[in-house]
Design a protein. Structure first.
Length: 149
């Protein structure tokens, strides 16, 4: 039995209700934004044009879809994950997956900015490696110290 009340890492991951709740919110957000794209709910909102994902245009060519909303899926998911990160930092019992949450936040923000043409893919790949390294260091700083028995 560890400080989380579980017998091992597999049981922690299996019983991580916060992560399950976050995934549910991310899926709901993605579905809502996709619906907004099909229904043109954001047609009057001044969003930049989509630069990446040309395969989506081919895939959705038969539909009247507002492609400018695609990066909003990534941005919303980054915001949801940021809330998860804040909760995990505030509750010591939930601090077991900070690295992965931070990497996903960086990835979603990078996809958002890249989709709108703020920087190229060639910057995102090294940036993800930097984010992984920084996340590991950040996770080490906030990790609870284990007592030796």
């Amino acid at each position: 039995m560890n400080e989380f009340g579980f017998s091992g890492k597999d049981e922690i991951a299996e019983n991580d209700r916060l992560a399950t709740l976050i995934w549910a919110f991310m899926l709901i957000w993605a579905g809502f934004i996709m619906l907004a794209g099909f229904q043109k709910w954001l047609a009057e909102v001044p969003l930049p044009d989509l630069v990446w994902f040309p395969f989506l245009r081919k895939w959705l060519v038969d539909f009247d879809f507002d492609f400018r909303v695609i990066p909003l899926i990534f941005l919303g998911n980054a915001a949801i994950l940021f809330i998860e990160l804040l909760v995990r930092l505030a509750v010591p019992r939930l601090r077991h997956s900070l690295t992965s949450v931070m990497v996903f936040i960086f990835s979603f923000v990078s996809l958002t900015l890249g989709s709108y043409g703020f920087f190229d893919l060639i910057v995102i790949c090294p940036g993800i490696l930097i984010a992984i390294g920084a996340s590991i260091i950040f996770g080490l700083i906030f990790r609870k110290k284990h007592r030796q028995k």
